[in-house]
Design a protein around this ligand. Structure first.
Ligand code: GRF
Length: 186
């Protein structure tokens, strides 16, 4: 199974996938890692692991659909079975989704459908829930609205900050992500 991963940030979840592949625990090929901007650590660490990288810089495009099309075409050149949004902080349009229908996988640091959007950890903490968690889903053109593939709960502790809670959620996200990729690859 060939995957292309998309990152916007540090790519620590992606690193867990890279490590699992390198350790022989996950039988997939990471064909390439792409980003929507220059200077991400996700791209840096992927290049360090010897993976092909590319940037389709959002700011280089006048119109977001032009960017979407350029991203879709770049991803498609790798002929991936799965496209993984790994901390990719942009919503892609219908044309991108259609091209990779049912094969665009995302993770979210909350128990969807609760707390969708860019601040799932902060919003859960602010609401005062006692349990939140991690979700892996098939992405569609909405904001965290696609079919759910796997979820894991995480307890919210009394002294949690957004950072401490997010770190514990990411432990579950990484586990779920690797499990899900393994299942999709069989
Ligand atoms: C993850 O919690 C992901 O669900 C969210 O951003 C975080 C990505 O972290 N969208 P990293 O870039 O893998 O460290």
């Amino acid at each position: 199974m060939r995957i292309v991963a998309l990152v916007s940030g540090s790519g620590s979840n992606l690193q867990a996938v890279i490590d699992a592949v390198e350790a022989g625990e996950l039988d997939i090929e990471i064909a390439a890692v792409g980003a929507d901007r220059h200077g991400t650590y996700g791209i840096e660490r992927s290049a360090a692991a010897g993976i092909d990288t590319f940037v389709v810089n959002f700011r280089d495009y006048a119109d977001r659909h032009e960017w979407d099309d350029a991203l879709r075409d770049q991803v498609a050149t790798y002929e991936p079975d799965i496209v993984l949004s790994s901390g990719f902080m942009r919503i892609v349009d219908e044309r991108f989704i259609k091209k990779f229908e049912g094969r665009y996988i995302n993770t979210h640091p909350a128990l969807l459908p609760s707390f969708p959007g860019a601040h799932g950890v902060r919003d859960a903490l602010a609401y005062g829930v006692k349990v939140t968690g991690a979700t892996v889903m098939v992405a569609d053109a909405g904001v965290d609205t696609g079919p759910i593939l796997a979820q894991a709960p995480v307890q919210v502790l009394a002294d949690d900050t957004e950072a401490t809670l997010h770190e514990r959620i990411k432990v579950e996200e990484r586990r779920l992500l690797i499990d899900t990729l393994a299942k999709l690859g069989t």
